[in-house]
Design a protein. Structure first.
Length: 371
């Protein structure tokens, strides 16, 4: 069965990137079918080369329980972000941070801007929140503040992804400030997932707003920037009172010893951060131009991935996103389908930014598949 014939059926699709084995099986391709993964949004410069050595040095600590307050990690995060350690909660990846934010509002009402990361809805469902969607506006998934403010006033919590996954768009700082000012009297909490803020061309982090808006909750992931998805590292920043409330729902020793021990050294690696910045500022605009030159429709992205679909001539020639996905996979390029994103239903593909040589290989295969 081809992807084209399955396009109306989103059941059974992997809900995250990096799931090559399941997709090879879905399309009847052999398990040894070679492919490059452009479905997972990870920094191609990492992990930093010293990580393996540090982990080896810390192996002896596995025989002891971690300190439950993770003080060194929290202090390092606080120092980098200009907040106090009591405003930081270390988490088992960004996913746990999302679930803690949902747990805080169990049984309430949530507003989720869509299309966006599917774990917000999953976490809300797990904690019995009634979900309302705010659809970002086509064609480039922008936000219409007046409508957003009207809906936000009627719920307990709003989930915003900034930069947004999978669109790569960035809600403006002014819109966020307006949302915070509007929701503060109503007691609505605003949860902003900044998992990709360190991989953004417009790094307008919202941390300075925490002092003014105690109902703001910021979520961060360290797995994307440092290419450590197997380690599971994330954190929450909020007021000290909010952090204490969130911590009630976190299991003891949620973050393992090795992950917690890495945090100060990761944040101190300025050379890695600069190398990443140079890569992003060079390759991101170049790939945006090259993808447009191929005739693809490209959503303006502020981060390390692109949401694309075949443009006018290609669509008229019968090349849909579904067919393009299949052609790319058969030619050794695993992209991210969008069947699991509310409001997209498979009509787009997400492409992760990689190093220059890998990006050029993707461009060549894309060109072949679009002909």
């Amino acid at each position: 069965m081809t992807l084209e014939s399955q396009s109306s059926d989103a059941m059974g699709w992997p809900s995250h990137g990096g799931q090559g084995t399941a997709l090879l099986q879905r399309f009847g391709l052999p398990t040894d079918h070679g492919y490059e993964d452009v479905s997972a949004n990870l920094n191609p410069n990492g992990p930093p080369p010293w990580v393996a050595g540090v982990l080896q040095e810390r192996i002896a600590g596995l025989s002891r329980y971690p300190a439950p307050d993770y003080a060194p990690a929290r202090e390092a995060i606080a120092a980098q972000n200009g907040v106090q350690p009591e405003q930081v909660l270390l988490t088992n990846g960004g996913a746990e941070a999302i679930f803690l934010a949902a747990a805080l509002h169990a049984g309430g009402q949530a507003l989720i801007l869509t299309p966006s990361f599917g774990e917000y809805a999953r976490a809300c469902s797990a904690h019995r929140l009634e979900i309302t969607s705010y659809p970002l506006q086509a064609p480039y998934f922008t936000c219409e503040p007046a409508t957003l403010l009207e809906q936000a006033a009627c719920v307990d919590v709003v989930f915003v992804c900034r930069p947004n996954n999978p669109t790569g768009t960035l809600i403006s700082l002014d819109t966020i400030k307006t949302l915070l000012a509007h929701t503060q009297p109503a007691g609505t909490h605003v949860v902003v997932d900044e998992a990709f803020i360190d991989l953004s061309l417009d790094e307008e982090a919202l941390t300075p707003l925490l002092a003014q808006y105690p109902h703001l909750i910021l979520l961060r992931s360290m797995t994307k920037f440092y290419t450590l998805p197997g380690i599971r590292l994330g954190y929450v920043m909020a007021s000290a009172t909010m952090i204490n409330r969130l911590a009630v729902y976190q299991p003891p020793w949620s973050v393992n010893h090795l992950a917690a021990e890495l945090v100060p050294s990761l944040l101190a690696d300025n050379a890695f951060a600069e190398k990443t910045r140079q890569w992003l500022t060079s390759e991101q605009p170049r790939m945006n131009r090259e993808l447009l030159a191929l005739g693809l429709e490209v959503v303006p992205s502020h981060t390390c991935f692109f949401l694309v679909r075949p443009g006018g001539v290609q669509q008229r020639n019968g090349i849909s996103s579904a067919l393009l996905f299949e052609r790319l996979l058969c030619r050794g390029m695993l992209t991210r389908h969008t069947y699991s994103f509310t409001g997209l239903e498979g009509a787009w593909l997400r492409l992760a930014l990689r190093d220059k040589d890998a990006n050029n290989r993707l461009l060549k295969v894309l060109n072949d598949c679009l002909c």
